[in-house]
Design a binder for this molecule. Structure first.
Ligand code: SF4
Ligand code: SF4
Length: 98
């Protein structure tokens, strides 16, 4: 289990620092930072964080990543087509359909 700190959620309260049994977390510029070389992946910091700012990194295979990107590209393309269609006046502005 690899953990990381979501910077946007961390408020620098220091609870994770106080509770880490390996002194693997420090506050830097008001943000928690995990030193992976010290971390034993016990998960305590994640459990005590009041902001749920410490999350598990989920390993993803290259195939899954490519499939996700392809799907996002397809959906983006479809949305762009509908927007262009609306702007060109060929579509119903309510539904976006021709
Ligand atoms: S407990 Fe959560 S909010 Fe507080 S410093 Fe740690 S990561 Fe940031
Ligand atoms: S998982 Fe455990 S050892 Fe690692 S940073 Fe969090 S509290 Fe410390």
């Amino acid at each position: 289990m690899k953990l990381r700190v979501k910077e946007a959620l961390c408020i620098g309260c220091g609870l994770c620092v106080e509770n880490c049994p390996r002194q693997a977390i420090s506050l830097q510029s008001g943000q928690a930072r995990i030193d992976r070389s010290r971390c034993n992946e016990c998960g305590l910091c994640r459990d005590v964080c009041p902001r749920m700012a410490i999350v598990e990194l989920v390993p993803v295979s290259a195939e899954e990543l490519y499939a996700t990107i392809a799907s996002l590209r397809q959906r983006t393309g479809s949305i762009m087509e509908r927007i262009e269609s609306i702007h060109s006046g060929n579509a119903d502005p309510e539904t976006g359909r021709d």
